[in-house]
Design a protein. Sequence first.
Length: 71
Amino acid sequence: MHDGIALEKMGVPTVVICTEPFVSSANAMAKLGGIPDFPYVVLPHPLGSLSPGQLRGRAIQAIPDVLRILR
C-alpha cells in the first residue's frame, strides 16, 4: 500500500492488490498515507500456495476491479 500511494502521488497510475487478511492494514496505510479512500483490489487469501493456474484465475478475477481503479 505504501508504495502504491507513493507512486500515485508521483502521478504514476497504480493498483494495489492485497488479500483479505490485510484489509485492515491496507486501510490504515491509506489513512496514514493521506489518501484514506485510496482504492485497492482485495483477493481471497492465500496467493503464495496457489498453482500457476490458480494464480492465473485470481488475476483474471481481479481484472474488472483493476480496470475500474485505473479509469
